[in-house]
Structure formats: C-alpha cells, structure tokens
Unconditional design. Structure first.
Length: 321
C-alpha cells in the first residue's frame, strides 16, 4: 500500500509542475485575460486528467518533456469546458468560489473559454505531432456534441441510460481517453495497441462521472463539497435517477416523471426521492456496478511493473469505487 507521505509529496509536486506550465501557456494579451489566467491556475481541482496522462507516461517510459505540454493542454480544455458549462447552467459558484461568469459576466466567460482553447491548441501545434492534433481535435468535437445532447435530454423524461452514456462519453470520458492514449502515442506504441489505452481512459472517465453523479444523492455536502440533491432540485435525469427508473414498474415510473416535471421540487419531494433511492437500494446497486468496472481497470494496470506511480493509480481507483 502506498504510504500517505509519498502521496503527499508526489501529487502536489506534479500538480505544481502543471500549474507552472499552464502559466506559460496562457498568454496575457489584455488585463482581463490576466485575471482569467489567475482564476484558472489558482482555482484548485485535482488535475486528475493531466495527472492520469503523467502516470501513463511513467508506465510507458516516455522520454523528454512533451508529456507536460500534452497534459497541460488536456487541463486547459477541461477548464474551458467548465467556463462554458457554468454559463449554460447559469451557475454562480464552482468549488465554493464565484464563477467567471458571476464575476466578469457570461460573455467574458464564453470568450475566455475560447481563448483558453486557442492557447492550448497553439501549444499543442508547437509539438508538431499530427496524431496528437487529431486526438485533441476530436475531443473538442465530442465536447460540443455532448453539451448539445445534454441540453436536449437532461430534463426529458424519455432520457435513457444509452443516451446518458453518449452524453458522458463526450462530456467526460473522451478527454480521459485522450489523456491515456496520448501517452501511448508519445511512447511510440503501435497504433493498434493505442486503442487499448484509450479504452482504459474512456472507462475511467465514465466511472468518474457516474461516481460524481452519485455524490448528489448519497453523500452529504460536508463530505462531497457539492450541494446535496442539487441535481434533483434542478430536475436533471442523472445516473442514479436513470438506474432507479430502470427498477420501477410502469406506474412508479410515471410518478417519478411527474415529480421531475414539477416547476419546483420542495422538501417533501426531496424526502420522496430519497425514500425511493433507499427502497430500491440504488446506492448498493450502483456500487456493485462500479466495482465490476474497477476490476477491469485494476487488471489493466497490473500489466505494468510495480512502482510508486502504479500504486498511486490503484489508490485513486480505490477511492472511486
């Protein structure tokens, strides 16, 4: 088992490298961009996407420092998508802090997101690797498609688990897949083998998103950092709700849809959804599904020699499921 001291040393040191690199990638053409840059670099977050890229580069013995730029670009894409998401969702707070839209206005947030993407692509282009450009171009398309799908379906009672899977693929999993596959590209892994590394990242991303959706229903705000039942209050058909619906009979499904169709869901409605989640044992059902997925991920990681990095990845997976 990885010692806590190693975790406390390794993770912050790598995150610090990414943060410093982000400062160099994000230019400061005007004063407002300097403020946006400070917000992005100091906003916190686990940097899980670039960190996954770094770990796979270590597994595959990638030489040179290109990994730092590639991981940083992945984080910039993620940061830009959050700026855009907050505008679409009309969110005023993220990670306990005011959003860029709340502080500087939604127009500024949208343009700042576009600017971050431009800075990232410019740095990626400097690496002169067409394969990487293809990967990241596709992930940008996936993000746009998934956001449009989510806007269309998130409050639609006809939402299905299949549609949900398509949304989280583009919203979250595609970028995770790029982070792991790009490590294989930097390591000059054969093209046919690269797909296996992408699959790992995609499945990790889906696991990450499903776990995040579960925080809304099964973890208190004190421990999750997220407002309890916020997704329910907003009337969103997230993973726990879709799993719940799949276990219900026709009459119960109609009751659920009526609940989500309400203009406002009050305290009694919250008690109702919590009761249903408990009645159908949804938390345990999902936990079982996530643990099965974790077995695949762990088995994939076990092909690599034992190392501090592999132990760290396994430790992080243990926290997810």
């Amino acid at each position: 088992m990885l010692s806590k001291s190693k975790v406390n040393i390794l993770i912050p040191s790598i995150i610090k490298k990414f943060d410093k690199n982000l400062e160099g990638i994000i230019k400061e053409d005007i004063i407002i961009l300097k403020k946006i840059k400070k917000y992005v670099v100091s906003s916190g977050g686990k940097r899980i996407r670039p960190f996954s890229h770094y770990l796979f580069c270590k597994f595959l013995n990638v030489k040179g420092v290109s990994w730092l730029d590639v991981g940083s670009v992945a984080e910039l894409i993620h940061a830009a998508s959050l700026l855009h998401d907050d505008v679409v969702d009309n969110a005023s707070v993220r990670r306990g802090k005011p959003t860029v839209g709340a502080v500087f206005g939604n127009k500024t947030a949208i343009l700042a997101g576009d600017y971050l993407l431009a800075c990232g692509i410019q740095r990626l282009n400097s690496l002169a690797n067409p394969k990487l450009m293809d990967l990241f171009s596709q992930v940008l398309r996936d993000l746009s498609v998934s956001e449009l799908l989510q806007m269309e379906w998130e409050k639609n009672p006809k939402m299905t688990l299949k549609i949900y899977d398509s949304i989280i693929y583009g919203k979250t999993a595609s970028l995770f897949g790029v982070c792991t596959e790009s490590a294989a590209i930097l390591a000059n892994v054969k093209p046919k083998e690269c797909s296996a590394y992408r699959e790992f990242g995609v499945r990790l991303g889906k696991l990450f998103q499903k776990k995040d959706d579960c925080l809304d229903y099964f973890v208190s705000e004190k421990h999750s950092g997220k407002e309890f039942l916020k997704d329910f209050t907003n009337g969103l058909y997230t993973y726990p709700v879709l799993v719940l619906k799949s276990k219900m009979n026709t009459s119960q499904k109609k009751e659920l849809d009526v609940l989500f169709a309400k203009e406002v869901r009050d305290e009694e409605d919250q008690k109702t959804i919590v009761h249903w989640m408990q009645e159908f044992n949804i938390e345990a059902v999902i936990a079982g599904e996530l643990k099965k997925e974790k077995v695949f991920l762990v088995n994939f990681l076990n092909q690599f020699p034992n190392s501090t990095e592999r132990e760290l990845f396994l430790d992080q997976l243990e926290r997810l499921a």
